[in-house]
Ligand binder design. Sequence first.
Ligand SMILES: *[C@@H]1O[C@H](CO)[C@@H](O)[C@H](O)[C@H]1NC(C)=O
Ligand SMILES: *[C@@H]1O[C@H](CO)[C@@H](O)[C@H](O)[C@H]1NC(C)=O
Ligand SMILES: *[C@@H]1O[C@H](CO)[C@@H](O)[C@H](O)[C@H]1NC(C)=O
Ligand SMILES: *[C@@H]1O[C@H](CO)[C@@H](O)[C@H](O)[C@H]1NC(C)=O
Length: 590
Amino acid sequence: MARLPVAACIVALHLCLLLLPSSSLRRLSEAESSLVQHGGGSRPAYHFLPAKNWQNDPNGPMYHNGVYHLFYQYNPLGATWGSGNLSWGHSVSRDLVNWAALNTALDPTAPFDNNGCWSGSATILPGGIPALMYTGRIDAGKEAQVQNVAFPKNLADPLLREWVKPAYNPVISLPADVPGDRFRDPTTAWVGHDSLWRIAVAAKVGGPSGIASTLIYRSKDFRHWKRNTLPLYTSRAAGMVECPDLFPVAEPGVEEGRLGYTPGMASGVVRHVLKLSVMNTTEDYYMVGSYDDAADTFVPELDNERSLDDCRTWRRFDYGHVYASKSFFDVRKNRRVLWAWATESDNMDDDIAKGWSGVQTVPRKVWLDGDGKQLRQWPIEEIETLRSKQVVGLLGAQVNAGGVNKIFGAGAQVDVEAIFEIPYLEDAETLEPNWQLDPQKLCEEKSASVSGGVGPFGLLVMASGDLQEHTAVFFRVFRHNQNYKVLMCTDLTRSNGRDKIYKPPYGGFVDIDIEQHRKSISLRTLIDHSVVESFGGGGRTCITARVYPEHAENNNSHVFVFNNGTGVVKVSRLEAWRMARATVNVVHGR
Ligand SMILES: *[C@@H]1O[C@H](CO)[C@@H](O)[C@H](O)[C@H]1NC(C)=O
Ligand SMILES: *[C@@H]1O[C@H](CO)[C@@H](O)[C@H](O)[C@H]1NC(C)=O
Ligand SMILES: *[C@@H]1O[C@H](CO)[C@@H](O)[C@H](O)[C@H]1NC(C)=O
Ligand SMILES: *[C@@H]1O[C@H](CO)[C@@H](O)[C@H](O)[C@H]1NC(C)=O
C-alpha cells in the first residue's frame, strides 16, 4: 500500500489513519480482530474503548490542528487495573466518533513516574504547543505522587504520536502536608488576572484524616510552580476527591463562543462549574458558582435543597455508573465536551475472559441551563451521523395502564428519542420527605413493577422477546409541596438472570417544572450492547448503566415502551434509529 501524503491525511483523517502503514498504529492479531468484531455480545459498537485491555479515566482531551486527541488510563498488559503499569493510551479522530489508535503516549519508564502514569490534562500553550500535565507515581520504598509535564517530540507530526518527558520532572513534588498516595489529577491550566498559569490538583491536606482539597498552583513558565496558600475549594464531606475540573459556563443567552477555553479568559460573562470525583462513593458531583480569579477560590451557589456538608445534596453529572469525567473546550465548534469513564459491572473473571474492560460515555456537549442552576448534557451532534435505518411506531399513541408496546426493528444498537405526555398529573402520589436524599433507594422501592399514580412509564431496553430479561429506563411523577417532582430510574435488577453481577437500580430527580413543560418529559436513550446511556428532561438528568443480558449472545434484543402507572400516558414523539458501527480503535491488517 502506498504511503499517502500527510496533507491528504489531514483532509480525510479517519480513513487515512486506517490506511496509513505506520509502525505506530497498533495492528491486531487475528484472534484480537475476532474479539473486536464479536466481543462476546457485550462489546459496544460506537462507544469509545481500546481494541483490548483495561481503560479507566479519560485524560487530556484536546483539539489541535484539525485533530481531536483523547488519551486514557490504559493497562497495556491486560484487562484489569494494574495500578503500577498504567500508561496513557492515545487515539485520534476528526469527528469525535471514529477513532484510530496510536501507540501509548506516556509509559511508566522514568524515575518520576516508574509506578504509573496516572491521570491528567492537556493545555495548549501560546504558539499552539500542547502540554500534558499528569500524575507520576514513584515507588521508592514508599509511595509518592508528583506532577509531571510532557511535550510533543515533533510538532510537525500532525498526529503528535510521540511525547517527551523532560528530565527536569517532576515539576511539582509531593507537599509535606499531603500523604504520598493522595496528590493527583492536575487540571487543564488557565491564565489568571496576573498573567500567571494556574492548575488545580486534588489532595488530602493534613495527614491521613485530613481535608479533601483542590489546591491551586501558579507558574510563569509552566515549569516552576508555586502553591497558593488558600485552596480553590475544600470539603469536609468528601473524604478524598479526585479528578477536579473547573470550567466557565455561559450565562443563559450568552454566546458560548465568547468563553474561550480557559476559566481566566472568560471572566465577566460567566459562572463557573467545579466538578469533583468523590473517591469513596466513586461518583462525580458538580457545583455551579463563582470563581474569584484574584483569590483563586470557588464559592458554590446553593439553594435551600443543597448543603455543602452533605454530598448527597450535590448535583451529579450522571446518576449511573460513571466516574472521573473530564471536559475540554472544543474551539472547532465553540462548545464544551465532556467524557466520563463507565466501568464494567460484571466481575473481573468476565473482563479477563473478554479481554477488555471499561468504556467512555459518548462525548457530551455541556452547557448551563436557562435556570442558571444546573448543567444540561446532550450527545454531540456528530453521533447522529451513525443513525442508519429509522424505525418508528406508536406516534401519538396512548399507552394505557399496564401497556407494553414493542418498537419493531430496534435492537441492541439504537438511539431512541421519546416524549411522554401526562394528561392527568393530579393522579401523582405524594413524595415522602425522607425519600428526597436517596433517589436510588426510591427507584428500588418503587421499581418498574410497582404501580403508581403517574408512572412508572418509559422504555424497556436490551429486552429478550419474552421480557424475561430487560433493563427499565423510566419516570415516575410525585406531588411535592405545591409542585411536582419527577424521578428518573434505570433499573438493572432484571437485566440478566445471573446472580454474581452488580445490578442496582440507579436514580436521580429531574429538576424540571413539568406543569410548565406542557405536562411532558423527554427521554433519549443510547443503547449499545452493554451500555445504556440515558438523558432525561432534555439532558438535565443522565443515567449510564452497564448491562450483560444472556439473551444478547444469541437472540435478538428488543425495545418496548411501557406504562405501569394507573393513568394513561401519551407518546407524543417516538423516533428510533438503528446505529451503525463506528470505527473505534480498530486497525485492520493488510
Ligand atoms: C505490572 O506488570 C508486571 C509484568 O510486567 C506484573 O508482574 C505486575 O503484577 C503488574 N503490576 C500490577 C500492579 O498489575
Ligand atoms: C466518605 O469519607 C468520609 C470521610 O472519610 C466519611 O465521613 C463518609 O462517611 C464517607 N462516605 C461514604 C459513603 O463512605
Ligand atoms: C408491570 O407490572 C406488572 C404487575 O405488577 C408486572 O408483572 C410487570 O413485570 C411490570 N412491568 C415491568 C416492566 O416491571
Ligand atoms: C434464545 O432463543 C431460543 C429459541 O430461539 C430459546 O430456546 C432460548 O431460551 C433463548 N435464549 C435466551 C437467553 O433468551
